[in-house]
Ligand binder design. Structure first.
Ligand code: DAH
Length: 350
């Protein structure tokens, strides 16, 4: 009997010791691995608490259930304690991860170089804006064109000597890279007939077998066409004067010089008073005071006909300008090739 009591007291003391030690270690540990180790050491097969349980058999039948209860309570308490500790460790780990992944939004961002429009795109948009403001709309046509639209429908039959004015890139005998935006005139008339007015500009790429400081094998033109009842040459002049002043400055004047294009009659070359010297004469205008900017004229009756309009009822004017030339004049660029070299140092200036 006495021995039994002694055992109980000893067991209780050991239980108390295990409890104290375990709770103390639990408080100290900082990782999940340590927590796992501790669990094994206490509750594992060779754990200290498991060892105590094994001694239960030596107790008297009356003491056994009491001790069992005490041990179970301790077990429950410990289970709860490391559950809490596990949660706490998870929280700490999460906080550490969040801290590591933190983004400091007050840091200056990394600067991404931002481009801007090419000077040619700028000039094309400016031309479009001016004509859109006068009620023109924008039309388009293919860059690979048929001989018919590029030449024949513009009153340039096969073997016409005026075809020599434009050295062309032929793909087949009947298909070529368009040498001018003028074919869009006939294509648009065909689409719109019999509506009036036909009032379009057609910007786009054109191609010629040319390459020097003032010519590029690919360049840009903007075509213009206005067909309606009673259109006169004075309408052409008024619109081109307005355009020139918008583009090159309010004090510009223009002059029309007689010229020849197969698709206009009469035809005129249009000069604008020099934007550099104002007309006094300088290197840019070759001391004439005038600078040529485009070709134009009254649409030839044959062209109106081929577009599906009756030249006895309607008249029209047309013009075509080279965008590179306008850009060179506007920005004082001396070599056209600079516009296609894509040298950032050059392009940055616009
Ligand atoms: N297509 C002509 C060329 O490339 C430019 C031109 C002249 C267009 C007179 C026209 C025009 O519409 O009426 O040289």
């Amino acid at each position: 009997m006495f021995k039994n009591r002694e055992r109980v007291i000893r067991l209780k003391a050991e239980l108390e010791k295990i409890k104290k030690e375990t709770l103390h270690k639990l408080e100290q540990l900082t990782t999940m691995e340590e927590l796992q180790d501790l669990k094994v050491k206490v509750m594992g097969k060779k754990g200290s608490l498991t060892a105590l349980l094994k001694q239960m058999g030596t107790l008297s039948p009356e003491e056994r259930p009491k001790m069992g209860q005490i041990i179970n309570e301790l077990r429950g308490k410990l289970e709860q304690a490391w559950e809490e500790k596990a949660k706490q460790l998870e929280q700490i780990a999460l906080a550490a991860r969040l801290e590591g992944e933190k983004i400091d939004i007050s840091l200056p961002g990394c600067w991404l170089p931002k481009g801007h429009q090419h000077p040619l795109s700028k000039v094309i948009e400016e031309i479009e804006d001016i004509f859109l403001g006068m009620g023109f709309t924008i039309a388009e046509g293919p860059e690979i064109e048929t001989d018919y639209y590029n030449f024949e429908a513009l009153n340039l039959p096969k073997d016409h000597p005026a075809r020599d004015m434009q050295d062309s890139f032929f793909i087949t005998e009947d298909i070529l890279l368009r040498t001018q935006t003028s074919p869009v005139q006939v294509r648009t008339m065909e689409k719109m007939k019999p509506q009036l007015p036909v009032k379009i500009i057609a910007p786009g790429k054109v191609f010629r077998h040319d390459d020097d400081a003032t010519h590029s094998p690919m360049f840009h033109q903007v075509e213009g066409l206005l067909v309606d009842k009673g259109i006169r040459m004075s309408d052409l002049k008024g619109i081109l004067l307005y355009f020139s002043r918008q583009m090159f400055g309010e004090s510009r004047e223009i002059r029309l010089r007689p010229s020849f294009f197969p698709f206009t009659e009469p035809s005129a070359e249009v000069d604008v008073s020099c934007m550099l010297c104002g007309g006094d004469g300088c290197r840019l205008c070759k001391y004439t005071g005038w600078i040529e900017i485009l070709g134009s004229g009254m649409v030839h009756p044959r062209v109106l006909e081929m577009g599906g309009y009756n030249p006895k009822e309607v008249t029209g004017f047309a013009f075509g300008m080279g965008v590179e030339r306008i850009a060179m004049l506007k920005y004082g660029i001396e070599d056209m090739r600079l516009l296609f070299d894509n040298d950032i140092r050059f392009l940055k200036q616009f």
